[in-house]
Design a binder for this molecule. Structure first.
Ligand code: NAD
Length: 484
């Protein structure tokens, strides 16, 4: 199978914070891969803009090193690297002052697509937006890309939205959640809305429950005090897990168009019921041997911030009424995995003598470490000995199903940046979506604070606190195993 790479329109992409960690680790190595695949026109330009006092040659050297470190297999393509670096430019810019802005204005080609990536702290968004207008660098056709975190509660998200809205229309704003750029996430929509097979079953008549797990093996060491200001609920649930929940639960949009898709996602968030305190379990990882505890990593022996959260949610609409959605995410867990599992109801009656197991079809969608899907089906165990039934997965890891091209599953960042250039907002969060997500999250966090809720300790390398298991056990269900 040969992938068809369609080059995007000619563009100038300015990356504010172009010398930062995210730009070096993800954005530029990703753009380099898109360049090698032939998706970036030869005349397009990437302009790094940051506080560091560099010139274009210095910036090219910085990015050469970043590609060597983070560029993966492609980083051995010396000719490709030289050609790509030739498309890079740099301007020293002070977001809070006047330095560099006239120079940036003179560099931009206004006749091509202009995009501005705000890969800086959100506190600088307003300064950047204002100066882009004062110096007449951005106009009604420009696009701005903003990074997470998009606020830390409803009030701050509203304030950020208002800041951006002062200078940009919503149709110009691209709020990135890299989870939405993953191949499987798009495939989830293809599977749901491109097949007859699933839609008739995708509701409370046939689905028993849905699980969404995003498990990490790393702790917060190194950025513990930063993480401690947010916690798993703000850092993961409000954005990534909610977005996955929306995609799995939303109604079919009338067409695959950005506002049609986002309207449907918004309806899901608005239909989410408030979560009862006894339907949420928070945890903090404990110390293990020489491995520090969460509190040690966070450098606060009294912190109540959670490194783990598990919850049972419900969506109040006709499709999903009564179907529990179990979400969990945490650090220092048993394996690194992101998985959505749609667990169908059991048959209720078995015609096979001696078959007492409750067989269930499960559609499991993995986002990491390997992207793929499995459908668990019940078959006859091969061999003699009568009708013994066994559950087996029909496996559809992309690499096997789609041949060699699938191994080059485009990284989420690359795809999303190319979508910005194409002007396609489907995989970006709209302002009202983000606000609705915070409106649902805020009372949960405020409840913890009001009750002085103390997170439960859990062992490093486990599946989280015991109480999280009980969340499902007491309803006669069981979490799927966390497997890498
Ligand atoms: P960083 O601290 O490594 O880099 C910050 C960049 O901003 C640097 O290029 C710096 O020169 C520039 N900058 C700072 N103050 C400036 C000013 N006054 N004027 C002009 N430029 C200025 O940060 P980072 O890790 O690259 O993160 C950037 C943004 O992306 C943040 O909002 C962060 O929350 C978000 N983010 C980062 C990651 C990640 O993996 N690093 C992941 C998700 C989101």
């Amino acid at each position: 199978m040969v992938s068809r790479v369609i080059p995007v329109e000619d563009f100038d992409l300015v990356i504010f914070g172009g010398t930062g960690d995210l730009a070096r680790r993800k954005i530029l190595p990703g753009l380099f891969r898109r360049f090698l695949s032939g998706q970036m026109p030869e005349t397009s330009r990437i302009i790094g803009a940051a506080r560091s006092d560099l010139d274009t040659d210095g910036y090219r050297q910085l990015i050469r090193e970043a590609i060597a470190e983070f560029g993966g297999e492609e980083s051995s393509d010396a000719e490709g690297i030289d050609a790509f670096l030739g498309q890079l430019h740099y301007v020293t810019v002070d977001a809070k002052g006047d330095g560099g802005w006239s120079e940036l204005h003179d560099l931009i080609r206004f006749e091509v697509v202009n995009a501005f990536y705000f890969s800086v702290a959100p506190s600088l968004f307003g300064d950047l937006a204002e100066r882009l207008h004062t110096y007449k660098i951005a106009d009604a056709d420009s696009r701005v890309v903003v990074e997470k975190p998009f606020g830390r509660d409803l009030a701050s998200a509203k304030a950020l939205n208002a800041t951006l809205a002062e200078h940009f229309d919503e149709s110009q704003v691209y709020r990135i959640d890299h989870y939405l750029g993953k191949e499987t996430v798009q495939n989830l929509m293809a599977v749901r809305f491109g097949n007859m097979l699933f839609e008739p079953l995708w509701n409370n008549h046939y689905v028993d429950h849905i699980e969404i797990t995003v498990a990490e093996t790393v702790g917060v060491g190194g950025r513990g005090s930063y993480y401690d200001k947010s916690g798993a609920m703000r850092d993961m649930v409000q954005n990534h897990l909610m977005q996955l929940l929306c995609l799995i639960a939303m109604e079919a949009p009338s067409e695959f168009e950005s506002d049609a898709v986002r309207d449907e996602k918004l309806k899901v968030i608005r239909a989410l019921q408030p979560v009862e305190p006894h339907h949420i379990v928070r945890g903090q990882y404990d110390a293990k041997g020489d491995e520090p505890s969460y509190r040690q990593d966070a450098e606060d022996p009294r912190t109540f911030t959670e490194s783990f959260v598990a919850m049972r949610c419900e969506i109040a609409n006709w499709r999903w009424a009564g179907v529990p959605f179990y979400l969990r995410t945490g650090k220092k867990l048993k394996a690194r995995t992101s998985e959505i599992a749609v667990v169908f109801k059991d048959l209720g009656h078995s015609i096979f003598p001696g078959d007492e197991k409750r067989h269930r079809n499960i559609l499991a969608i993995q986002l990491q470490p390997n992207e793929g899907m499995q459908l668990q089906v019940t078959i006859k165990e091969p061999g003699p000995g009568g009708m013994r039934l066994v559950d087996v997965p029909l496996d559809m890891t992309f690499a096997e199903a789609l041949g060699p091209d699938a191994e080059d599953v485009t990284d989420a960042y690359e795809r999303l940046i190319m979508d910005v250039i194409r002007g396609n907002q489907t995989l970006f969060m709209r302002g009202d979506e983000v606000e609705a997500a915070w409106a649902w999250t805020d009372p949960i966090i405020e409840g913890w604070q009001a009750r002085h809720d103390v997170p439960k300790l859990y062992d490093q390398g486990s599946s989280g606190p015991e109480d999280a298991m009980a969340l499902m056990h007491r309803e006669g269900r069981k979490w799927r195993e966390i497997k890498g």
